[in-house]
Write a protein of this length. Structure first.
Length: 462
């Protein structure tokens, strides 16, 4: 059997042309699973020939329209032809495009290049968007390898070009933020209340970075029923981390009257950072997720306490005191929690004294260390404790669990975990710009590609 693949073009002036893209042949008596249908290599060749035909005919008609002088209506004389290449998702297209001399009517005095705007960058926005979105999710080499496997042969599908195009998009985003900082524009839509979950992470640095590790501040912004947005800033990347974050907040609708609720893990560095990044109308609360995790760590160590005669009864009493302390903290009662934790500590000590000497000493020490760490953590953040139960039932954000997943999405999955990567400050920040815009659904604005604009309605004959 043989299938001829033919494409027909119907021009606006009524002209019609037919082009044969290729032929697929299969022998009926040798049909196997391997040669069933059209394989990937054949489809790549057919798609590339189709792209070459469509692009050349499109540009030919475009150049013919641009040749006509808008003032006198005469055709401009051709100066010369130049060879150009265009990189697309369906392969590289080679073109021969004309340049026109200025019209004799004197309306212009320069040589006209009718394809200068269309072929800007010699790459289609769709391919740029695909490279940047893959480069923001995978390592540059893996993204380039994936493009080479799935797409017809096209230029620029190597890790160097993928990185360069992603950084160019990141610099475009960075320039927009710098312009926002310089102009200090008021937001188009003001937000009355805004909740910000904030956390930090570290990635390995490399020269010319002067530090072994780079600190990255990540967060998620939720404002008045608007879709939540993520952000990430390399701390001290250019000395404008504070202005950078505040510009992002203004883009989300923050002004001087907006009430901010900042939820963080309460670590020493994060407490000082929140004070620097945010100004008036800011309420900084301690994240419940990290409190509950510390209580759970203490509870897991109880099962390893030394076994005594009434072990089950004593273990039940330990859990009762620990849960009571957690319940007190849940309702913002640090004093009540201190009493419950003291009872828990005394109960564990009595438990140890009734046990045989040197039995379970490592587990006892671990419980004591975790208890001491929990108490120092709560007392260091006592001004940031709230009535979590009341706030939770009111529908307010009390946890940074979503921010923890944001750290995984923005940093760990792409830049740190099992990747063994090292970053410059500029390279890390540009990647974070691209990755945040991808997660926020705004990447197409900076790659100049939109699915809705590029999609065409196809009329398929029944």
């Amino acid at each position: 059997m043989r299938w001829n693949i033919i494409v027909e073009c119907f021009g606006e002036d009524g002209r019609q042309s037919t082009t044969t893209l290729g032929t697929v042949e299969r022998l009926a008596e040798s049909t196997t699973a391997e040669n069933l249908g059209v394989n990937l290599q054949e489809s790549k060749q057919i798609a590339n020939r189709l792209q070459d035909t469509v692009v050349n005919q499109q540009l030919q008609e475009h150049c013919e329209q641009k040749r006509k002088c808008l003032t006198c209506g005469r055709l401009r004389p051709i100066k010369d032809f130049r060879c150009r290449t265009l990189e697309t998702v369906l392969g590289t297209v080679r073109l021969r495009v004309p340049r026109y001399r200025y019209c004799k009517c004197g309306c212009d005095t320069q040589v006209c290049n009718p394809t200068s705007e269309v072929l800007s960058g010699r790459v289609t926005p769709e391919l740029r968007h695909l490279q940047v979105s893959l480069g923001a999710q995978l390592s540059y080499r893996k993204a380039a390898d994936l493009l080479r496997i799935l797409l017809p042969p096209t230029g620029g599908t190597n890790h160097t070009t993928t990185r360069a195009r992603l950084i160019a998009v990141g610099e475009r985003i960075d320039e927009e933020i710098r312009q926002e900082i310089a102009e200090n524009r008021k937001p188009d839509k003001l937000a009355k209340q805004m909740i910000i979950g904030i956390d930090g992470a570290f990635v390995k640095g490399r020269p010319p970075t002067d530090r072994a590790n780079l600190e990255i501040i990540t967060g998620r912004i939720e404002a008045d029923a608007e879709p939540s947005k993520v952000f990430a800033v390399v701390r001290d990347q250019d000395g404008h981390a504070k202005q950078h974050v505040q510009a992002l907040l203004r883009q989300s609708g923050r002004d001087l009257e907006t009430k901010l609720r900042v939820v963080s893990d309460g670590e020493d560095g994060m407490r000082s950072l929140v004070g620097k990044l945010f100004n008036a109308n800011e309420q900084h609360i301690l994240d419940w997720y990290h409190i509950a995790r510390r209580f759970e760590a203490i509870g897991k160590g109880l099962v390893y306490l030394p076994h005594v005669e009434d072990f089950e009864h004593r273990l039940s009493r330990h859990w009762q005191h620990l849960n009571r302390a957690k319940w007190k903290v849940w309702h913002g009662n640090l004093y009540g929690a201190s009493i419950a934790l003291s009872s828990f500590h005394d109960g564990v000590d009595i438990h140890v004294m009734t046990a045989e000497a040197d039995s379970g000493q490592s587990s006892i020490q671990q419980v004591r260390e975790r208890l001491a760490e929990l108490w120092s953590y709560l007392t260091a953040n006592q001004t940031r404790l709230i009535n979590y139960g009341r706030e939770y039932h009111a529908g307010h954000r009390i946890s940074t669990a979503r921010v923890e997943s944001t750290v995984d999405q923005l940093v760990d999955w792409r830049m740190e975990k099992k990747q063994h990567m090292r970053w410059t400050r500029h390279g890390a920040q540009m990647l974070l710009h691209a990755r945040c815009s991808l997660l926020n659904g705004e990447l197409g604005k900076y790659t100049r590609w939109s699915t809705s604009e590029s999609s065409q309605v196809l009329a398929v004959a029944a």
